[in-house]
Write a protein that binds this ligand. Structure first.
Ligand code: CP
Ligand code: NVA
Length: 328
């Protein structure tokens, strides 16, 4: 019997395979209930605080809607409208918020900050994205893959682009834990952190997963089930890195040729937001400056039948709900 009551959710490395599978399966159940109009106010009367030191659409909305569905109240805090980071330390913030709220979500910079928050908080802390990890995103991604393919074990998962940041790291850990075949397809300097790779290799030995690091796009993507990518410049990184990233990663954009090489069965996934056209302020600015119509994924792939990015985005809510339902 899995019991996660009182646990933080800071990174997938802290959870066993069975616990991760339990959260994914609970999310599927909560999703069915929601679609059938069956209420699940499992935590009526509780309240949660959401701290966002970086911007968000999906994660914030997912936490808020999930909290309302569970019968809870929500307070949103950002760095400009609160004392966090300027006048009050994380340790003090943790103790204040934990005295009023039943759970705390944190999105921000270093993983050490969310770990510190959890250390000083007597209520569960959930990681809503740090530079190093984005664990709630992986639950949504894996629920989406399970819905599509009926299984996770043995899925050939290829991550293209900047594999050394939060998404590449977390997806590698998730695949290693759950027995999936993970390939990072990128120039060598964008491969995940060596120490994390070593840790994942040990996990893979237990789960039956495989881990590959490949610079050749054709070889990496041939026969893949999932082609996954993320932005090339993440929140909090300086604008000066754009030129280098575009130079380094342009060959690793997800195009029709990549999807064809993967095959008809393959799906395209992205945590979003995505630069698939010039329809955003940043997209337009960068696109015009570098003479590009898209960055990490072409609009053709993004809008194609193989793209399941919006199913994936919806699943953020169901999976975050499962995390809160289980840990509160
Ligand atoms: N995927 C994701 O975390 O989206 P937001 O930045 O909009 O929360
Ligand atoms: N790597 C991206 C993920 C956004 C969900 C970022 O950190 O900005």
């Amino acid at each position: 019997m899995i019991n996660l009551k009182g646990r933080d959710f800071l990174k997938l490395l802290d959870y066993t395979r069975e616990e991760i599978e339990y959260l994914i399966d609970s999310a599927a159940k909560l999703k069915l209930e929601k679609k059938a109009g069956i209420p699940h106010k499992l935590h009526t009367g509780k309240n949660i605080a959401l701290i966002f030191e970086k911007t968000s659409t999906r994660t914030r909305c997912a936490f808020e809607v999930a909290a309302y569905d569970l019968g809870m109240g929500v307070t949103y805090l950002d760095s400009s409208g609160s004392q966090i980071g300027k006048k009050e330390t994380i340790a003090d913030t943790a103790r204040v918020l934990a005295s009023m709220y039943d759970g705390i979500e944190y999105r921000g910079f270093g993983q050490n900050i969310v770990e510190e928050l959890a250390k000083y908080s007597k209520v569960p802390v959930w990681n809503g994205l740090t530079n190093e990890f984005h664990p709630t995103q992986i639950l949504a991604d894996f629920l989406t893959i399970k819905e599509h393919f009926g299984t996770l074990k043995g899925i050939n998962f290829v991550y293209m682009g900047d594999a050394r940041y939060n998404m590449g790291n977390s997806l590698m850990v998730g695949c290693a834990k759950l027995g999936m075949n993970f390939t990072a397809c990128a120039p060598e300097k964008y491969f995940p952190d060596k120490a994390l790779v070593e840790e994942c290799k040990k996990l893979a030995e237990v789960s039956g997963a495989t881990l590959k690091f490949e610079t050749d796009v054709k070889a990496a993507t041939l026969g893949a089930d999932v082609i996954y990518t993320d932005v090339w410049v993440s929140m909090g990184e300086p604008v000066e890195v754009w030129r280098e990233r575009i130079n380094d990663l342009s060959d690793y954009a997800v195009t029709k040729a990549v999807m064809q090489n993967a095959g008809e069965r393959a799906v395209f996934m992205h945590c979003l937001p995505a630069f698939h056209d010039l329809g955003t302020t940043v997209g337009k600015e960068v696109g015009e400056k570098f003479g590009l119509e898209y960055l990490e994924v072409s609009d053709e792939v993004f809008e194609s039948k193989q793209s399941i990015v919006f199913e994936e985005a919806e699943n953020r809510m169901h999976t975050i709900k499962a995390v809160m339902a289980a840990t509160l």
